[in-house]
Design a protein around this ligand. Structure first.
Ligand code: ZN
Length: 242
């Protein structure tokens, strides 16, 4: 929520910590405003400068009261998969655990981005990767195809996983497969390692895997509809080393 730009809040003397807190837990704003109102009213009458200083102190105290541990819990980016069959478990996973590729020298990594001057569209979502890292199965199912991403290039392969119960299939491109056709895989299980794309696309391509998700009609859909990001307190878990 942005009632004012961050700059204008700062000019009012509102501490960055409050902005961060309100951003994450908007409901706390009501409690904070109530506490600040009580404290500031008790401090009147004051000059404008004194009033502002006392208001800032009141805000800081209110933040301490409402969220004493807010600073102690570093937030961690967590990827959430959609639960399409309603069993309470995610049915989709981020294959690299990293952000989708943004703009680079070769274009954009988002679904529907222009390719070849607009004559075709990007039919997947590119998830940034480190060459050699594990690539996780984006869905459970069985391996229905392993193939080459480009004719004439035997280094960049893809793995296709089909899940007949969910009626979805997923293809993960630019990998070294570690599974075979017919093998059953569980969501999140390592199925391959990521390849460097620097030889194929020199001078500014962000290494990534290209993920295509196919629905029951065989149409490719935007993977970011099924895999979303959220910040959660990360103090109880150790973030994956990279
Ligand atoms: Zn792509």
């Amino acid at each position: 929520m942005h009632l004012l730009s961050e700059g204008s809040w700062m000019k009012l003397g509102v501490p960055a910590r409050l902005l961060e807190l309100v951003e994450k837990k908007p409901a706390l704003l009501v409690s904070i405003v109530a506490l600040v109102g009580t404290t500031a009213a008790a401090a009147a009458p004051l000059s404008q400068a004194e009033h502002r200083a006392s208001l800032v102190t009141a805000v800081e105290r209110a933040v301490d009261q409402v969220a004493p541990t807010a600073e102690a819990a570093p937030l961690k980016l967590v990827w959430d998969g959609a639960d399409v069959d309603g069993d309470g478990r995610a049915d989709f996973a981020n294959p690299t655990g990293r952000e989708p590729r943004l703009h680079d020298a070769y274009g954009d990594g988002e679904f529907g981005a222009r390719r070849d001057g607009g004559s075709r569209r990007h039919e997947g979502v590119d998830y940034t990767a480190r060459a050699g890292q594990d690539v996780a199965a984006p869905i459970s199912g069985y391996v229905t195809k392993i193939g080459y991403a480009y004719a004439g290039d035997q280094t960049l392969k893809f793995v296709e996983i089909t899940n007949p119960a969910l009626n979805y299939a997923a293809r993960v491109f630019y990998v070294n497969p570690r599974v075979e056709v017919g093998e059953t895989v569980a969501i999140g299980q390592p199925i391959a390692t990521a390849r460097s794309l620097q030889r194929k696309y020199p001078g500014g391509m962000t290494d990534h895997v290209h993920l295509e998700i196919l629905d029951r009609r065989g149409d490719r859909i935007d993977a970011t509809r099924m895999i979303t990001a959220e910040y959660r307190p990360g103090n109880l878990t150790v973030a994956a080393a990279d």
